[in-house]
Ligand binder design. Structure first.
Ligand SMILES: [Cu+2]
Length: 162
C-alpha cells in the first residue's frame, strides 16, 4: 500500500475544469429556467390562461374562501380586455381534477347584470386541487374558455381527500 497517491495536485487537477464547466452550465441553465419558472408563477397566480384569443376576461371569486367540499357560490365577472363588462349569451362551468377516475361537475351560471354571472351552489364533490373551465358563449355563438385553479378544503366527514 502506498500513501503517495492520496495527496498529489496531479490527481486533483482533472477535477477543476470539470467542476467549473458544471458551474458554467448551471449558470446558463439558471438563465433559461428561472425566467420560465417566473412566467409559470405569474400565470398560476392569475389562475387564468386563455385557450383562445377571444377578448374575454373572467374574474372568479368563491364564497366561502377557501372553497369547501359541498355547495359553494361562484361569482364570475366577465369583461373585455379593457375591463369593461361584457355582454355574453351564456356561461357554463366544468369542474374537474387531475387525478384518474374523477367525475366532472357541470353547472350553469345565471346573469346578474353588468357582466356578473353567479352559480349559487357549485358542488365541489371532494377536496383538493380543482380546475374550473369557464365557457363563455358570446352573442355571435363563439365560445371562450377560461381556466381557473383552486384548492378545495375538505370538511371533517365530508369525504375530502385529506
Ligand atoms: Cu377528485
Amino acid at each position: 500500500m502506498s500513501s503517495a497517491s492520496i495527496s498529489g495536485p496531479s490527481r486533483l487537477q482533472p477535477l477543476l475544469p470539470t467542476r467549473s464547466h458544471a458551474a458554467r452550465l448551471r449558470r446558463a441553465l439558471d438563465r433559461i429556467v428561472l425566467p420560465c419558472l417566473l412566467i409559470l408563477a405569474v400565470a398560476g397566480c392569475r389562475g387564468e390562461s386563455p385557450a383562445d384569443d377571444l377578448p374575454v376576461q373572467v374574474q372568479l371569486s368563491v364564497a366561502p374562501t377557501p372553497p369547501i367540499v359541498g355547495p359553494n357560490r361562484l361569482v364570475l365577472d366577465i369583461t373585455d380586455v379593457d375591463g369593461s363588462p361584457l355582454d355574453v349569451a351564456g356561461v357554463r362551468i366544468e369542474g374537474t381534477m387531475t387525478h384518474a377516475g374523477m367525475v366532472p361537475v357541470f353547472d350553469t351560471a345565471m346573469p346578474q347584470g353588468d357582466g356578473r354571472w353567479v352559480v349559487p351552489d357549485f358542488d365541489f364533490t371532494m377536496g383538493g386541487e380543482w380546475i374550473l373551465f369557464v365557457r363563455v358563449k358570446l352573442p355571435d355563438g363563439r365560445e371562450a374558455t377560461r381556466r381557473h385553479e383552486l384548492n378545495v378544503v375538505g370538511r371533517p366527514g365530508a369525504g375530502g381527500e385529506s
